[in-house]
Design a protein around this ligand. Structure first.
Ligand code: ZN
Length: 228
């Protein structure tokens, strides 16, 4: 079920306090119109009653796609809540949840993302029936092979499903700080498909590299850097 709740927020432009209704859960089977809003960057967008500024309020959101049996939690990073903390807390609560599940129940795929762009990217991937772990593996090799231009501290590498073709997957670099989109990078789809075949034969290696619920080459690289 989709769910909205009242919140009291402050306009970032004029500082006026106001009551608004924001979604913290979106089920796209019951409310496909909310998915459309999310994809168009209109979900949880507020028009200030004081100064008419338009701004998006980011807060934890649960995106459920029952048809594809997937639940994606978007938990935005904030100054108080760092990426590492979010992932650690989430792992703990997921473990507790799995312990409560009866053994004969097939748990839905649970995913964690930390930004709206990653949520939208993942939705496109799921709907195009792409293998997220293989895509992140491809990103990992792009990051490591172009280390100078694709510093994971500065850039997020996103798959652009819509602009990808039968021949090529299209990736784009996003500056994490300014959100600006930069250079596009292309990757042969046949190489991706060969890797999907490898995955079918031996998924363990990919799962070991990206156990989830946060499946992200960038996070893996940042962890490696932190450990180095
Ligand atoms: Zn305002």
């Amino acid at each position: 079920m989709s769910k909205s709740k009242p919140f009291n927020i402050q306009c970032p432009s004029c500082r006026m306090q106001q009551d608004v209704e924001l979604y913290d859960a979106v089920n796209i089977s019951t409310n496909p119109e909310l998915k459309k809003l999310l994809m168009e960057n209109h979900l949880n967008r507020v028009g200030c009653i004081g100064c008419e500024a338009s701004f998006r309020v980011d807060m934890p959101l649960l995106y459920t796609d029952p048809q594809n049996n997937v639940m994606i939690h978007w938990i935005p990073e904030t100054a108080e809540l760092t990426k590492d903390q979010i992932i650690e807390d989430f792992d703990k609560s997921l473990e507790q949840l799995n312990e409560l599940l009866p053994p004969d129940v097939v748990a839905p795929r649970v995913r964690l993302v930390l930004s709206r762009v990653e949520l939208v990217e993942l939705i496109f991937m799921i709907e195009a029936n792409m293998n997220q772990r293989v895509v992140e593996y491809v990103k990992y090799s792009i990051y490591t092979r172009n280390a100078e231009k694709t510093d994971p501290e500065k850039f997020r590498l996103l798959l652009n499903v819509q602009d990808s073709t039968d021949e090529e997957l299209c990736f784009v670099l996003q500056n994490v700080e300014t959100q600006e989109l930069g250079k596009g990078l292309r990757y042969g789809r046949s190489a991706y498909q060969s890797m999907c075949e490898l995955y079918e034969e031996a998924p363990e290696e990919f799962v070991e590299m990206f156990p989830g619920p946060c499946i992200s080459a960038r996070n893996l690289l940042l962890e490696d850097l932190a450990d180095a």
